[in-house]
Design a protein around this ligand. Structure first.
Ligand SMILES: [Zn+2]
Length: 343
């Protein structure tokens, strides 16, 4: 990926990059956006590649400057309940993913998965090992363990990783995926929940994941859906943008193409509701309350209600995909060095 450095009016060190998917340099401006969620300084262009249509933030803060955009109260780094961590989610999780689940339970689980931000894949071997990249404080590691998986995490924020290790005793490495030392062909599944959009080169990240997956292993990705109905309604004030923490803004097409070009075959793709994002978008639009403030149960219920149908129509707030590493692909070195890309 080619890049060069510049500064914006507030002195933030920026890099202008070429498209991570096709290498193109010609883009069209979607809009200019700010960090609405935390109100951090700067204004960032969201652009679309003219050639492959990948949407990304460009220019963007340099890697060494990007930590400034993860404030101390950045939610994934301080823990707390996720959308599914309530009695409803817990009940259906048990029903849907139990090996002994009956058809009715699995149907209910399927409905729940599609509507309620739950996308997991079944184990094919036992014991099976999952790597949660960007595991934060370990919420998802707990879910995977509950489902019978052996778990390992990777987290770039050392305090969040510390919570995951100390609180729940998880095996969590600290650092970025690109630099992490991981065993080749060591994992049955790699999960990344709302992580890929933060990475400086998603294509390189996928290449590294292909390297650490066992043959036929799978990847589970969740990202904000740039093609969602609420993104179209709220535009630059859509909470899913989260510039400049989100460097890429995926749509079903661009995510599929990137996965396939890195050796994965799509097995399932869908969209899901994300009531928190909707409520924060509305707050931002109305300038009522701090968008990142607590969301009440009433607000959350309303958010679910409004988002159920769009989620079924592939225009829900989040996009999820399960993809399998294709067999017979050429083995790549760690960090994809054999392909000649640089971070
Ligand atoms: Zn492109």
């Amino acid at each position: 990926m080619m890049s060069f450095t510049e500064f914006d009016a507030t002195g933030i060190e920026l890099e202008r990059i070429s498209c991570d998917l096709c290498g193109g340099n010609e883009t069209t401006l979607e809009f200019e956006a700010k960090d609405i969620r935390y109100g951090l300084p700067g204004s960032f262009n969201v652009v679309r590649c003219r050639k492959c249509h990948l949407v990304f933030t460009n220019p963007r803060p340099l890697k060494r400057a990007s930590n400034a955009y993860y404030p101390d109260d950045y939610r994934p780094h301080i823990g707390g309940k996720r959308e599914y961590e309530n009695w409803f989610g817990a009940v259906y999780r048990r029903m849907a993913f139990s090996r002994k689940a009956n058809l009715f339970s699995r149907m209910l689980g399927d409905v729940y998965n599609h509507l309620a931000y739950r996308q997991f894949v079944s184990k094919e071997v036992d014991p099976a090992l999952v790597l949660d990249v960007g595991c934060g404080t370990g919420d998802y590691l707990g879910v995977w363990r509950e489902l019978g998986w052996n778990v390992q995490g990777l987290e770039m924020d050392d305090s969040a990783a510390g919570i995951a290790k100390k609180k729940l005793g998880f095996c969590v490495g600290v650092g970025r995926l690109a630099e992490a030392t991981l065993p080749a062909a060591g994992f049955d599944l790699v999960a990344m929940s709302h992580v890929l959009e933060h990475m400086h080169s998603p294509s390189l990240a996928l290449r590294k994941i292909a390297h650490v997956l066992k043959p036929g292993g799978r990847i589970l990705i969740t990202v904000p859906n740039y093609a969602s109905w609420d993104r179209h309604v709220f535009g630059p004030r859509w909470q899913g943008l989260e510039v400049p923490r989100h460097l890429y803004h995926f749509e079903p097409q661009s995510l599929s193409v990137m996965l396939e070009s890195e050796g994965f075959a799509i097995e399932q793709m869908g969209s899901s509701a994300h009531p928190g994002s909707l409520i924060r978008s509305i707050r931002g639009l109305c300038k009522k309350g701090r968008p990142s403030g607590r969301i009440s149960s009433v607000e959350r219920c309303l958010g679910w209600f409004v988002q159920l149908v769009p989620a079924l129509l592939m225009c829900g707030t989040s996009l999820w995909v399960v993809a399998r590493l294709r067999s017979g692909r050429e083995p790549l070195g760690e960090n994809g060095k054999s392909a000649g890309k640089t971070t």
